[in-house]
Every structure is written in structure tokens, then in C-alpha cells.
Write a protein that binds this ligand. Structure first.
Ligand SMILES: *[C@@H]1O[C@H](CO)[C@@H](O)[C@H](O)[C@H]1NC(C)=O
Ligand SMILES: *[C@@H]1O[C@H](CO)[C@@H](O)[C@H](O)[C@H]1NC(C)=O
Ligand SMILES: *[C@@H]1O[C@H](CO)[C@@H](O)[C@H](O)[C@H]1NC(C)=O
Ligand SMILES: *[C@@H]1O[C@H](CO)[C@@H](O)[C@H](O)[C@H]1NC(C)=O
Ligand SMILES: *[C@@H]1O[C@H](CO)[C@@H](O)[C@H](O)[C@H]1NC(C)=O
Ligand SMILES: *[C@@H]1O[C@H](CO)[C@@H](O)[C@H](O)[C@H]1NC(C)=O
Ligand SMILES: *[C@@H]1O[C@H](CO)[C@@H](O)[C@H](O)[C@H]1NC(C)=O
Ligand SMILES: *[C@@H]1O[C@H](CO)[C@@H](O)[C@H](O)[C@H]1NC(C)=O
Ligand SMILES: *[C@@H]1O[C@H](CO)[C@@H](O)[C@H](O)[C@H]1NC(C)=O
Ligand SMILES: CC(=O)N[C@H]1CO[C@H](CO)[C@@H](O)[C@@H]1O
Length: 624
């Protein structure tokens, strides 16, 4: 206030000399990294009171567990509740662990040489509700050498004396919770520095905002591939997972490390979490915290591995509130949360970090706890397509985004396509291969408790499903038309939002089966859907062959794509579908590595993508 008054006075009354002497005598100043260059200095002293998209200091939610102090069980050995499990993290204490100082945002007060011995300073946050949402620490060892803890918490009772104020105070701030509902808290905070000396009180403040949690997109290179360990239990399921992992390892060929979830038998590593991250500027480049979103499926135990296995230094998690998202409805799986890479919409809105894309289920939306969370991060606010026509109903069964450096968009959209698949079958039939079985899979096909979609009629040895038999099967054709109608609608919707050109679209030959389920719950006890189809016109489909677009894009410049081995019709020793799919992806320079998931995932309702996940490179999201 004093400074502001003086500035007005100096402008209007030209009495700047008088004012600046008074101001120098008593002008508290607090700085943060307002200009986002990673360091706090005089350059941060202007335009620091208002946080804008292009200027203003950023801090991280410090929700990792850098010293692995968080327990999984209580003192009786009973597992902690989901809520107890996720709430323990580095920021949940009143201490700043040396191992997590690197994730705090620096602030400092400028030395106030000209204050009396009686001066008192206070540092606190506004608005009042932010006081437990962020925590401030000060470098106590600045004046008490030999004191045990260098970083002491600054609570509202703490006052700073003349020694501290004269030296200047070094501060560190971190977020203690994620922004889960921007209507309650959008991550904004003001740090106030207030000094009272005799009858004078003056204050200064600086605006900061917590970094949003961003989800990865496929232009970001994969740094770690996640999948699930097969376990030592020699069941058919574990043996098949072991086979899948061998294929995955061979396809990745050492180019990226693989981490396996090993505290659960849930093989769907895509589904029980969605990896994200938050970043802020640092002196040597951005500083990141990975934040893994557990799926809004509170009873899906595997999601606890986000906290019990992966949480650590620089890695934290988010547990969606259980107000919505109990159970195991497939609509809430991570496979139904994908990200469109950065683009400018047809209406001219720039999505510099891309945008989340999710599937709705005939009008039903995913759990409110997750939607609200994603909306509250603002910068990637979700976009929806309809996926209720699929039995599982995940967005990764319909569209996929791939790096395409030569396209003006920078990426290509691969979309499931029945038309090209039918054309392929017709040309095979026309060239005399009508008797060829559609599916060439000839390995072991012993059913187990979760091979829901295993159909003996499709197996090669039974010869029941040939190219010719499919082409004359009217219900098969109706199924493809039903799928294509929804695919066309999806593409139209994408075209209205994204400035896609025809050459940016990869139509990936895909055939569907009608598996509209007769059951209300899966044999393992979880209901896949909130409700069954409402009418006979609503069907639930699943890919007939392993679904080519449902694989893992390694991204970055790798040009590699791990896709489920097709097991399509073999003519002259060659899998015709595999060849065609390879040609489609080659258009944007993507090379496919095939991974066999027929018994491990395909007949269980998913593919390579569903059985894997990726921690990708992280990128700065802020403007300067
Ligand atoms: C804290 O203060 C001590 C003593 O002045 C100093 O050695 C140390 O570098 C300071 N730490 C930070 C992060 O400024
Ligand atoms: C401020 O407090 C510290 C620690 O108690 C003390 O060493 C120092 O002398 C105090 N300074 C003044 C001016 O009272
Ligand atoms: C504040 O204190 C100074 C002396 O310390 C005195 O000259 C001045 O009048 C006081 N101002 C007010 C508003 O009380
Ligand atoms: C393996 O799993 C099966 C089915 O879950 C169970 O019945 C069996 O006891 C397990 N065997 C071992 C050695 O853990
Ligand atoms: C489980 O995986 C972690 C790595 O995330 C590893 O450190 C640990 O040894 C594994 N545990 C077992 C039993 O394999
Ligand atoms: C498949 O090929 C056979 C033999 O050439 C032909 O008679 C038949 O009409 C074809 N079927 C379709 C649906 O094209
Ligand atoms: C399947 O077809 C092959 C020739 O294409 C034939 O040798 C075999 O007997 C047939 N199997 C069945 C079960 O019809
Ligand atoms: C899908 O769109 C294509 C091209 O726009 C069109 O030829 C085809 O008839 C459409 N199919 C259905 C089932 O709507
Ligand atoms: C992209 O453009 C470069 C340079 O024109 C060319 O060499 C490369 O083959 C193109 N890649 C693809 C996938 O078309
Ligand atoms: C409170 C205090 O120490 N005030 C001093 C500030 O500096 C001027 C001269 O620069 C002194 O006159 C004040 O006594």
C-alpha cells in the first residue's frame, strides 16, 4: 500500500525523491518465480500480484512419498482404506523432507535493512481456505546455525524477528492436495508478507497457482512400459500372461524399461490407472511430479498399486472420491480415458496440451469424481464420443492418435473401419480363398474362468467361420453396418472438433462380433455395465480378430507401435489382415511390432493396449 501510494504520488505530484526514500525505509517485498525462469530474483518483482496464463509463479502438489514412509496397513495389519492410503504423502505432514525439497516452489523476502529491533513479520496465505491446502516452510538455519531442522513450517502463529527480516527469508511452498473441484479451489493462492514496525504496518503479496495434472498423449515418448506380472501361480491365466510378457519384451527389444505390477492378478494395466503429471519451471529445466490417477473403480483392488507399489520419489497418485466411481463399471476404466495430442480446434481454440477424450455409454457419463477432476485441471478439459455400442465400451476400441510429423496437424487419427475389412474379405473370396478360415489362431484354446469371448466356431481347427461363410451371413453384415454407423458418427464428431484432413485419417480394417451379453455380471462377480441394452436395437460389439488399433504407441520419434497379432486369414503363408494393417500404419511412418495376445487378452475382452500402460516423457505446459 505504501509503495502503491508512493507510486501514485510520484506520478501525479512529481515528488518521487521523498517517496522513494520513505519506500526504501519500509517496503516489505516477497518474490516467487513469477516470470517462470526457474529462479527467484528482481525480475520477478513486477506484475506478480495477478496470476495469468503467461505470467505468475507455479507450484506442485507434493504428493509423492520420497522416503517411502507411507504404510499400506494399520497397526493391526489390516489394509488402510482407499482414502487413508492415498492421503499419506510428503505434503501430508508438517515437515519438509530433504528428499522432497526439490518439488517445492521457492519464494523469498527481500532484506529489509532499515527496521527496528522490535519489528515483527508474518507470512500467510490468502484466501483463508488455502491455509491447509498449501504449506510454507522457511529456512530456519539461515540464522540458527546448528539447528536440527533447516526447514520449519510457517504456521499463522509464526512471527519473524528483525534478524530474519534484515537478512531476508528463504521460503519453500508446496501443494497438499490436488485440485479436484475448481469451484471449491482452483489452485490459486496469494502469499502475503506483512511487517509491523512500531506504528507502521505494510504488506506485499505474490500470486501463485498449482500446476494442473496433465495426461499424456502419444506424441510423448514412452519412458517406462507398465504391465502386470504373471505371478508364480501356475494357472492357465498366469501362463498366458507370461507368454504375453515374453512377446511384449521381444517387441520392445530393450528400447524402454518395463515395470510390472505385482500385487494383484488384474492383468488390465491400462484400466486401473491413468498416468498423469504436473510440472513447474526449475533452474535446470522443468521439475515434474508424476501423478497417477487411480481409476474411479474403488472396489478394483489393483488400483491400490498406484500407491502401494508405484508411489515414491517424484511419483504420487490420485484416488477419485468414492461419491461416484465405486464398483468396476467398465466406463470408468483408464482405457476409456485417452488424450488428443495438441491441436487448434475448428473454432480456433488452442489446446496446447491436447485434450482428454472419453467414451459415454448411450448417454451415461463416466464417474463424476473423475470428470470433475479432469475438468478442474482446465487445460485438457474432456471431449466425449459415444462408445456404448461396444461390449466393453472404451475409447481405445474406436480411435487412436499417432505421431505423424509430416501432417500439418502433427498427428494422425487411426479409426476402426469395417468397410475396408469387408472389401478385403470380398477380394479374398473373389480370388478363390473363400474357404480360408477367418481366424488363423491354432494354438492352445483351453477355456478358463475369464475367457468370456472364446468362441469355438472361430477356431481354425473347426473350419466353421470361413471368409465365404461370413460374406453370406446377413447378421454378420448387419453387425458391421451397426458398427460403421457408430464409427461414422464418431468420425463426424472428431471432424467437427479437429481440423482433420482426409490424409490424417487411418482407416484400420476391423471386423466386429455381436456379443450383446446375456449376463448381468461377469462370472468373476463384477458388473461391466450400469445397465443392459435398453432395446433390441442396441447391440454390444467386440472386435472379431484381435483389434489392430488397440495397441501401445511408443510415441516420440520411435515410430514403433506394439499391436495385437492379427491371426487373420492366411493366404500364401501371409496373414492378409496383418499385411493390410501394416500398410495403413506405414502411411505415417509407423512400424508395427506384433504381440500375441489371443488367449491372454483378446478372448478376455481386451488387447495389448488394455494390458499395458506407459509413463511418458513430460512436457512444460506453461507459457512465458
Ligand atoms: C538455508 O540456510 C543455510 C544457512 O544459511 C544455507 O547454508 C542453506 O543453503 C539454505 N538453504 C537454502 C535452500 O537456501
Ligand atoms: C531473532 O531470533 C533468533 C532466534 O531466536 C535470535 O538468535 C536473534 O537474536 C533474534 N533477533 C532479534 C533482533 O531479536
Ligand atoms: C508513528 O511514530 C512516529 C515516531 O516513532 C511518530 O513520529 C508518528 O507521528 C507516528 N505516526 C502516527 C500516525 O501515529
Ligand atoms: C492358484 O490360484 C488358484 C485359483 O485362484 C488357487 O485355487 C490355487 O490355490 C493357487 N495356487 C497357489 C499355489 O497359490
Ligand atoms: C514388485 O515390483 C517392484 C518394482 O515396482 C519390485 O521392486 C519388487 O521387487 C517386486 N516384487 C516382487 C515380489 O516381485
Ligand atoms: C465368393 O466367391 C464365390 C466364388 O468365386 C462366388 O460364387 C461368391 O458369389 C462370392 N461371394 C461373395 C459374397 O462375394
Ligand atoms: C477343415 O478344412 C480342412 C481343409 O481346408 C480339412 O482338411 C479339415 O478336415 C477340416 N476340418 C473340419 C473339422 O472340418
Ligand atoms: C459411413 O460413411 C461412409 C463415407 O462417408 C459411407 O460411404 C457409408 O455409407 C457410411 N456407413 C454407414 C453404415 O453409415
Ligand atoms: C516425411 O517427409 C520426409 C521429407 O519429405 C520424407 O523423407 C519421409 O519419408 C516422410 N515420411 C512419411 C511417413 O511420409
Ligand atoms: C527504523 C529505522 O531504523 N529507521 C532509519 C531508516 O534510515 C534512516 C536514514 O536512512 C534513519 O534516519 C532512520 O532512523
Amino acid at each position: 500500500m505504501v509503495a502503491l501510494l508512493c507510486r501514485l504520488v510520484s506520478v501525479f505530484l512529481l515528488s518521487g525523491v521523498f517517496c522513494s526514500r520513505q519506500a526504501a525505509a519500509f517496503t516489505p517485498r516477497i518474490l516467487a518465480d513469477t516470470n517462470r525462469d526457474g529462479i527467484v530474483n528482481q525480475l520477478d518483482d513486477t506484475d506478480k500480484h495477478e496470476w495469468t496464463a503467461s505470467r505468475g509463479a507455479i507450484f506442485l502438489p507434493n504428493v509423492g512419498d520420497s522416503s517411502h514412509r507411507c504404510p499400506e496397513a494399520d497397526l493391526n495389519g489390516a489394509p488402510l482404506s482407499n482414502d487413508e492410503l492415498w492421503r499419506c504423502n510428503d505434503a501430508s505432514t508438517d515437515r519438509l523432507f530433504p528428499s522432497s525439497v526439490q518439488y517445492t516452489a521457492p519464494l523469498s523476502t527481500l532484506p529489509m535493512r532499515n527496521v527496528s529491533d522490535e519489528v515483527i513479520g508474518r507470512i500467510y496465505t490468502e484466501p483463508g481456505h488455502t491455509r491447509d491446502r498449501v504449506r510454507i516452510f522457511w529456512n530456519e538455519s539461515d540464522w540458527t546455525t546448528g539447528h536440527k531442522s533447516a526447514w520449519a513450517v510457517v504456521d499463522p502463529q509464526v512471527t519473524f524477528n528483525a534478524t530474519s527480516l534484515r537478512n531476508g527469508i528463504t521460503l519453500a511452498l508446496h501443494g497438499r492436495e490436488l485440485v479436484t473441484d475448481s469451484a471449491v479451489w482452483d489452485g490459486s493462492v496469494r502469499v502475503v508478507f506483512e511487517v509491523t514496525d512500531g506504528n507502521r504496518t505494510a504488506r506485499d503479496f505474490v500470486a501463485l497457482k498449482q500446476a494442473p495434472v496433465l495426461l499424456h498423449h502419444h506424441l510423448q515418448r514412452t519412458e517406462v512400459v507398465l504391465s502386470s506380472a504373471s505371478g508364480s501361480n501356475e494357472t492357465l491365466k498366469s501362463a498366458r500372461q507370461a507368454h504375453f510378457l515374453r512377446g511384449l519384451e521381444k517387441a520392445i527389444d530393450g528400447s524402454v524399461p518395463i515395470t510390472l505390477f505385482n500385487q494383484s492378478t488384474d492383468i488390465w494395466a491400462q484400466d486401473f490407472l491413468e498416468p498423469g503429471y504436473a510440472g513447474m519451471p526449475g533452474p535446470d529445466g522443468p521439475i515434474y511430479m508424476r501423478i497417477l490417477l487411480r481409476s474411479a473403480q474403488s472396489t478394483r483392488e489393483a488400483g491400490r498399486q498406484v500407491f502401494s507399489q508405484l508411489r515414491g520419489a517424484g511419483v504420487g497418485g490420485f484416488q477419485p472420491g468414492s461419491g461416484s466411481g465405486f464398483g468396476w463399471e467398465e466406463i470408468n476404466s483408464g482405457g476409456n480415458i485417452e488424450t488428443v495430442p495438441p491441436y487448434t480446434s475448428r473454432t480456433g481454440k488452442r489446446w496446447a496440451n491436447g485434450r482428454v477424450i472419453m467414451g459415454t455409454n448411450l448417454g451415461t457419463y463416466p464417474a463424476e469424481s473423475m470428470i470433475k477432476f479432469l475438468q478442474s485441471q482446465v487445460v485438457q478439459s474432456p471431449f466425449y464420443i459415444e462408445t456404448g455400442w461396444l461390449a466393453v465400451g472404451h475409447v481405445d476400441e474406436v480411435v487412436q492418435f499417432l505421431p505423424s510429423p509430416n501432417s500439418s496437424l502433427g498427428f494422425a487419427v487411426a479409426i476402426a473401419d469395417t468397410t475396408s475389412a469387408l472389401t478385403l474379405l470380398q477380394s479374398l473370396n473373389a480370388s478363390g480363398h473363400g474357404a480360408t478360415p477367418l481366424v488363423s489362431y491354432a494354438g492352445d484354446a483351453t477355456p478358463d474362468a475369464e475367457t468370456f469371448f472364446l468362441d469355438p466356431a472361430l477356431l481354425r481347427r473347426n473350419n466353421a467361420t470361413t471368409i465365404a461363410s461370413l460374406l453370406t451371413d446377413s447378421s454378420f453384415r448387419a453387425t458391421q453396418a451397426y458398427a460403421q454407423r457408430h464409427i461414422n458418427e464418431t468420425l463426424d464428431r472428431l471432424m467437427r472438433e479437429l481440423p482433420l484432413e482426409e490424409e490424417d485419417i487411418l482407416r484400420v480394417p476391423t471386423l466386429f462380433r455381436d456379443v450383446t451379453y446375456p449376463w448381468s455380471v461377469f462370472p468373476n462377480g463384477h458388473p461391466p455395465r450400469l445397465r443392459p441394452p435398453r432395446s433390441n436395437r442396441e447391440r454390444q460389439l467386440k472386435s472379431l480378430l484381435p483389434q489392430a488399433i488397440n495397441g501401445l504407441v511408443l510415441g516420440g520419434g520411435s515410430g514403433k507401435y506394439l499391436a495385437p497379432r492379427q491371426w487373420g486369414p492366411v493366404v500364401a503363408g501371409q496373414d492378409v489382415f496383418a499385411k493390410r494393417v501394416e500398410e495403413v500404419y506405414a502411411r505415417v511412418g509407423i512400424q508395427i511390432e506384433w504381440v500375441d495376445d489371443y488367449m491372454s487378452h483378446h478372448v478376455r475382452g481386451g488387447e495389448v493396449h488394455c494390458g499395458t500402460n506407459a509413463l511418458r516423457e513430460m512436457g512444460s505446459w506453461w507459457e512465458v
